[in-house]
Ligand binder design. Structure first.
Ligand code: ATP
Ligand code: FE
Ligand code: MG
Length: 332
């Protein structure tokens, strides 16, 4: 069984081939047009997908050594994501499946982020909890089986990646600022400045408060000293990161306790964060957690995770019709 998978939900155009459950490649074209705007511009994203998709698919097929007529199915991201971006991937996948006369498999992007854990060893055991932390989402998911998941907690406003990127923007750092905050934080004191740690009821997150807190904090300090940011960049970054990670860890610990689970997985771009990784390592020692973090390539948006999810749906003959449409707000 050979499946071609396509990912085009946001600003990465990606294609991957999976053969009998084994990922053969993962071709990703990242869009640089958005950098100068300080965020993803939807209209530009869909145009870039139009340009990148065929070359990316071509490279995936060529480098896999599998011929087009040996493909068993085409998989694509149905949502969630930007409508214009999803549309490009969905339309291409439909046409290709129609032309080849093979089945089509629709994939939920957030489920795929979690199923990225099944690409390589070691793999978590069901049931496990996955903390999905990305530019658009912050979710605690109880994963009961490959295709059986329940969102038990999520953010009521901003995603944690968004909080990283927005505070980075306030500090004058280029987009996406998350990795830069992480970098400067390594040289700073996490207790230098205090920002509020939101405490929502249950397993609900909120990240909009910290952005506002940082905004006022900077405004007040810049009034006194116009060099405040330059002089304290590492300490500000370390303190912001400390607050964001603390907020994530509080809820993650609560969920693990509530569901009595020790297999803890993380997914999404923010799982690259060194502060989060350190905290998880600490918890594996302190609470006996088995922590699972995919290879970074499979944490950010990629088609290999779509291919992995497609593998499980193919095994269960879960195909979709050719009149399928993308869903920008598709839920798990
Ligand atoms: P979604 O999957 O919800 O649609 P997305 O695809 O934009 O969102 P990803 O590509 O998975 O999200 O992740 C990108 C996010 O990860 C950005 O917000 C980026 O700043 C953040 N990020 C990446 N590396 C780090 C890091 N080391 N520390 C903090 N944040 C990081
Ligand atoms: Fe994503
Ligand atoms: Mg992205």
């Amino acid at each position: 069984v050979n499946i071609l998978a396509i990912e085009s939900s946001c600003d990465e155009t990606s294609a991957s081939i999976i053969s009998n459950g084994k990922i053969l490649n993962n071709i990703v074209a990242t869009q640089s047009v958005h950098e100068k705007y300080g965020g993803v511009v939807p209209e530009l994203a869909s145009r870039a997908h139009q340009q990148h998709l065929i070359p990316v698919v071509h490279e995936a097929i060529e480098s896999s050594g599998i011929a087009k007529n040996e493909l068993s199915a085409i998989a694509f991201t149905k949502g969630p994501g930007l409508m214009g971006s999803l549309m490009v991937g969905v339309s291409f996948a439909k046409s290709f499946a129609f032309a080849l006369g093979i089945p089509l498999i629709d994939i939920n992007h957030m489920e795929a982020h979690i199923l990225a854990h099944f690409i390589d060893e070691p793999k978590p055991q069901f049931p496990f909890i996955c903390l999905t932390v990305s530019g658009g989402h912050t979710q605690l998911v109880l994963v009961k089986d490959y295709l059986e998941m329940e969102v038990v907690g999520e953010t009521m406003d901003d995603a944690v990646g968004e909080a990283f990127d927005k505070t980075a923007k306030l500090l004058g750092l280029p987009y996406p600022g998350g990795p830069l905050i992480d970098k400067y934080a390594k040289e700073g004191n996490p207790k230098a400045f205090q920002f509020p740690i939101s405490d929502m009821p249950g397993l609900t997150f909120s990240f909009s408060g910290i952005k506002t807190a940082v905004l006022y904090f900077l405004r007040d300090n810049l009034k006194e000293n116009s060099q405040f940011v330059e002089q304290n960049l590492a300490d500000i970054c370390a303190s912001v990161q400390y607050t964001l990670i603390k907020t994530l860890m509080q809820k993650l610990k609560k969920a693990a306790k509530q569901y009595k689970i020790k297999d803890i997985a993380i997914a999404g771009g923010v799982s690259a964060n060194s502060g989060l990784r350190n905290e998880l390592e600490l918890m594996s020692k302190e609470l006996g957690w088995n922590v699972f973090i995919p290879k970074f390539e499979y944490c950010t948006d990629n088609a290999a995770m779509i291919a992995m999810a497609a593998h499980f749906k193919y095994q269960r003959s879960q195909f979709c019709d050719l009149d399928v449409s993308p869903e920008a707000r598709l839920k798990i």
